[in-house]
Write a protein that binds this ligand. Structure first.
Ligand SMILES: *Cc1c(COP(=O)(O)O)cnc(C)c1O
Length: 429
């Protein structure tokens, strides 16, 4: 596509050396089709968003109907049925602590809103707290507040001096986050407004799975200290880890939850931050300065809300069964891969499977790229995170289709490659 090469700037892409992007013409179910009609299995749900499959008729129909009826309206001073109903439907499915829905545009804005709500709720009560704690290896998005909360690395080093201070707790998949939290609460507990976590799986840093026990420990300690727990379920929400929300796996009630990605079935952008009634109450006042002065042009876009409502309807018993089936298939396949030459570790939670590849030192950073290139050649979309390959499929993906993904991984481990290996293939640096 000549116009793409001439006029478009792609995300996470080094345009000096990246190969031409794959032109996709249409998509259906678990498959993308390029402009030549070749099918590519979407094994990563198009960046973790697609839940029920591409172009699901119930969702596309709801979108068409809503677009004909009410496309967009300012959401301050006005409201509409899709936003109101979606808020009610979300609250009915969320942990019972959560009851007020603030809409935004994407995962990053959902995180920004959660952090701002926490900080301002303390200020509004006249007991300001300004410190946020987050996990090592966390990812919370690419806007400034979300970058500050996320782990620092190559993506953020440019902006480091501009990012606000965040207290770091060890990644619970490899360190003692609870002991560190105890120390932090002892020394700076009175400054701490919130702890933000990706519940049970640190996604972008390589699908690092961590324990429900530790999440409960974080909840107990923050609750006792009057500190908010922010659950960033942008990736884990909407069935990804098994239940509707990962917090359910730990029986944890957060003060704030961040939702996006799968919220519309992965069809339209929408973010939501859901707060407790106590946080909402901290903003109710005759003093106008206590208002939450935050909003986006497209806040609660009716078409996105309609897509989300249609998507929620699809979380029925058969969707539960499909996620169970995928989880079981992953478990079986990963058990077979465990201990295989070239595999360092396997990880699994719900519909998410991760395979950490092993390779000679110095070669490690290229192996993910090689796998992505080989998989694409074989008609499977994988986008390893460094040396961690993962499969995070739409829930309509059949076992036969999942089998294609694991076959590709096995052949790659057996030495299959595409030549020549292009540098800067379709994976993150
Ligand atoms: C993807 C992601 C985000 C950012 O969402 P965007 O929609 O890309 O801004 C935030 N938190 C987590 C856990 C994510 O996986």
């Amino acid at each position: 596509m000549r116009d793409d090469a001439r006029f478009v700037w792609h995300p996470y892409t080094q345009h000096h050396r990246a190969p031409q992007p794959v032109p996709i013409a249409r998509a259906r179910g678990s498959w993308l089709y390029d402009t030549d009609g070749r099918g590519i299995l979407d094994a990563i749900a198009s960046w973790w968003v697609t839940t029920h499959g591409h172009a699901h008729p119930a969702i596309t129909e709801a979108i068409a109907e809503q677009a004909r009826t009410l496309d967009q309206v300012i959401f301050a001073g006005f409201t509409h049925e899709p936003a109101a109903r979606l808020a009610a439907e979300l609250v009915s499915r969320l942990p019972t602590s959560l009851s007020r829905v603030f809409y935004s545009d994407d995962g990053s804005t959902a995180v920004e809103v959660a952090i701002k709500l926490s900080l301002q709720s303390f200020a509004n009560r006249g007991e300001p707290r300004r410190l946020v704690a987050a996990l090592e290896n966390a990812y919370h998005g690419d806007t400034f507040g979300a970058m500050a909360a996320g782990a620092r690395g190559v993506f953020t080093h440019m902006y480091e001096p501009l990012l606000f201070e965040v207290a770091r707790l060890p990644d619970p998949s490899e360190g003692d986050a609870l002991a560190a939290l105890d120390r932090l609460l002892n020394t700076r507990g009175h400054e701490l407004a919130a702890v933000i976590v990706e519940p049970l799986v640190l996604g972008a840093s390589g699908m690092r799975v961590w324990s429900a026990e530790v999440l409960r420990g974080i909840r107990e300690r923050t609750a006792a200290a009057g500190v908010h727990l922010i659950a960033d379920e942008v990736m884990t929400g909407f069935g990804r880890t098994g239940p509707m929300f990962a917090c359910e796996l730990a029986g944890v009630q957060p003060d704030l939850i961040c939702l996006s990605k799968g919220i519309t079935g992965g069809v339209l952008p929408l973010g939501a931050t859901v707060a407790t009634e106590a946080i909402f109450d901290a903003f109710r006042s005759d003093d106008r300065r206590k208002t939450f002065f935050h909003g986006h042009s497209y806040t609660a876009n009716p078409i996105a809300c309609a897509a989300a409502l249609a998507s929620l309807q699809l979380f029925d018993a058969s969707c539960d069964a499909a996620r169970e089936r995928i989880a079981t298939f992953h478990a079986t396949q990963l058990a077979a891969l465990h201990g295989t030459r070239g595999v360092k570790q396997v990880r699994h939670i719900g519909t998410v499977a991760a395979i950490e590849l092993d390779a000679p030192a110095g070669y490690l950073s290229d192996i993910g790229r090689e796998l992505a290139a080989y998989a694409l050649h074989e008609g499977v979309l994988l986008r390893p995170l460094g040396n961690v390959a993962y499969c995070l499929p739409p829930y309509c993906t059949t076992n036969e289709e999942l089998g294609l993904v694991y076959d590709v991984v096995h052949r790659f481990l057996d030495g299959a490659r595409v030549a020549p290996i292009t540098s800067g293939g379709p994976v993150d640096d």
